[in-house]
Write a protein that binds this ligand. Sequence first.
Ligand SMILES: [Zn+2]
Length: 339
Amino acid sequence: MDKIRVLKDLIDTFGISGFEVPIREKIKELFPQAEFKEDEVGNLSTTVGNGGRQIAFMAHMDELGFLISYVEKNGYLRFKPIGGWDVRGIYNRVVEILTDQGMVQGVIGLKPPHLSKKEEFEKVLSWDDLYIDIGVESDQEAKERGIVPILPARLKKDFTILDEKYVVTRALDDRVGCALNLLLLDEFLHHPPQNTVTLVWTVQEETGLRGAQAFSARNSFDEVYTLDTVSAGNLPWGNFHQSPARTGGGPAIRLADRKGVSSLKLRNFVKEVARKNKIEVQETVTGGSTDAAAAFEAGLNSIPLCIPVKYTHSQVEMMSIADYHNALKLLLLIGTNRR
Ligand SMILES: [Zn+2]
């Protein structure tokens, strides 16, 4: 399985919070030989191996997006953000709206400089100032194109390989976790682990860890590892201390974040596996949260293992390809090792 190819496939596939059907179907389609389970809220899982420790690797399928909330008489669309967007990153871009008739494209445009007053340049825009323009002139025309409230939408994505070392795109958070989970599945289907390993793809992480909460309430494991991203601090603004993990420094053990402290037992175990196998890992205390917090609250030992990503939640999330490969090595060892 080509590791970059599978990542790009998942990035391209539609799946904003609450509308994960296409990405879930994509994951299933990549492994017709696996036995997948789908729960009531849409979480997907499959179990490989038996005996040993009960381990779960968890990644979230959803990404940030928009909901079309209202169609104006003149055909312009109003919309609401889903997940933790920064409004400064969303205008003057192409949008893709998923309708029953397929994908409809539009733009979130700004009033051009030629038509703006001086004070307008300084104003920070709010969501209510923005529209989506799909190139129609009435609500009737919009309807004919399949546009009705409430439809999901996303920004159009680019996928760039920078200097053969970095991937730059939207939704590394958390399609990289989803890809790692698939690569683990691929390996474990060929070489079953001596542990019982469940690979889980959750829904609605970006709207408050909701899928992981539901899954963790109904399933029990000895260990839960969430595979996600962490904001890398190696940026030019001198804020490394806010999230001390750098791109290219290896996968990061997220010891604590806004939601609390991870399992120290698992942290020590992961560090030991990494040390013995000479895999460079980083440890970080940062902001934000991951599905690990939801698992913890359901009484499960959990810890996030993260790929450091620059410019998180933007169109240009950037990760080191070496970190991606090293994370996979580490996860395989964690899943296979007898304790
Ligand atoms: Zn996120």
